[in-house]
Ligand binder design. Structure first.
Ligand code: TXA
Ligand code: MG
Length: 321
């Protein structure tokens, strides 16, 4: 029922026509596959929540092909312009004051007076955004609470028959979602670590407040950004973090030379390369989940660079459900 479109001119034109007709189309970005809808069509935006089975109306990220298109929807601060200059196109999402002239459906922003905007660094995503000529909202193209998709096959695993089409653009290079930064207060607030490392953000933005003490900050973060619930990105199997030994009935998510004795092993990066590990993370969780072993044991990942986003996703996968 869900059509698989080629990532060529014909496929993109077809996808743009479906979006204009209010249909949902999944498409590749550099982070994960997004489930797109025309942001200006309230019924299309509402269908996203239905297709994903999203429990609340979490606000969605508005995708545009360049910064100037973003500034039509939100009012940029000087810092927003500097960050856009440094990181767009790329895996950074900025939360800013919504303009009263914005045509983005209110549901897309979950009724907040802010909107999240980003310019994805993927040729297919950019071509699609240019072809539609309208802002596109796109959460990750997975059923709510499940692992984000990093290839077209993952999208179909969760959403086949529930969406009109998916553009098959191969595997996503970054593999974890964008970094979400709230610029509406006096100091930037990191709402979600992601594809842009916090160190790189700080180099441009200066001090950033980080809601790090996890349990304490979680309630506040959930209110501020409802998509950031603790148990998110959850595979079916339980997940054990920071494994330094592994049992035969466990599936090992390895980072570097694997611990011996696991029932199955998925290697994130033998060379302990964090970008490589980020790109393979969600595929690894899916693959190990499918082994049907008792539990996934994840080896420790250093919390620097993209390791922060990887650790955040693993902590969510391991959270009590
Ligand atoms: O990499 C990504 O960001 C992917 C690709 C498809 O672009 N998209 C994605 O969307 O991860 P989603 O819906 O899974 O996550 C969006 C996050 C949620 O945690 C949501 O709560 C937060 O951004 N968010 C969106 N609008 C917001 C707003 N106005 N204020 C605060 N947080 C917001
Ligand atoms: Mg998501």
């Amino acid at each position: 029922m869900t059509r698989r479109l080629a990532a060529d001119a014909d496929g993109i034109a077809e996808a743009a026509a479906l979006l204009a007709a209010g249909e949902l189309v999944a498409f590749p970005t550099e982070t994960v596959y997004g489930l797109g809808a025309d942001a200006t069509l309230p019924r299309a935006v509402a269908r996203i929540f239905d297709a994903k089975g999203r429990p609340h109306f979490n606000p969605l990220i508005v995708h545009v092909p360049e910064a100037e298109a973003a500034w039509l929807q939100v009012a940029p601060t000087d810092l927003a312009r500097a960050l856009a200059e440094a990181f767009w196109p790329g895996p950074l999402t900025l939360v800013l004051e919504r303009r009263i002239t914005s045509r983005v459906a209110l549901l897309a922003g979950a009724g907040l007076d802010t909107l999240a905007v980003r310019v994805p660094a993927h040729p297919v995503a950019l071509a699609l955004l240019r072809a539609t000529g309208t802002p596109i909202v796109a959460p990750s193209a997975n059923r709510s609470g499940q692992v984000s998709p990093t290839c077209a096959e993952h999208v179909l695993d969760g959403l086949d028959g529930r969406i009109a089409a998916v553009i098959d653009g191969g595997a996503c290079a970054v593999g974890v979602e964008s970094t979400v930064l709230d610029l509406t207060g006096s100091m930037p607030v990191l709402l979600r670590p992601g594809g842009v490392a916090t160190e790189a953000l700080v180099a441009v933005a200066g001090p950033i407040s980080r809601a790090i003490p996890h349990a304490v900050a979680e309630a506040a973060r959930t209110l501020r950004s409802p998509g950031l619930m603790v148990s998110h990105y959850a595979p079916t199997l339980p997940v054990r973090l920071d494994a330094v030994a592994v049992a035969a009935d466990e599936a090992l998510l390895a980072f570097g030379p694997p611990l011996p004795g696991a029932g199955a092993t998925f290697q994130l990066s033998l060379a302990r390369d964090l970008p490589e590990a980020a790109a393979r993370l969600f595929e690894g969780l899916r693959t190990l989940d499918a082994t049907g072993l008792r539990r996934i044991a994840a080896m420790p990942i250093p919390p620097e660079g993209l390791g922060e986003a990887i650790g955040d996703r693993l902590a969510r996968a391991a959270a009590p459900r």
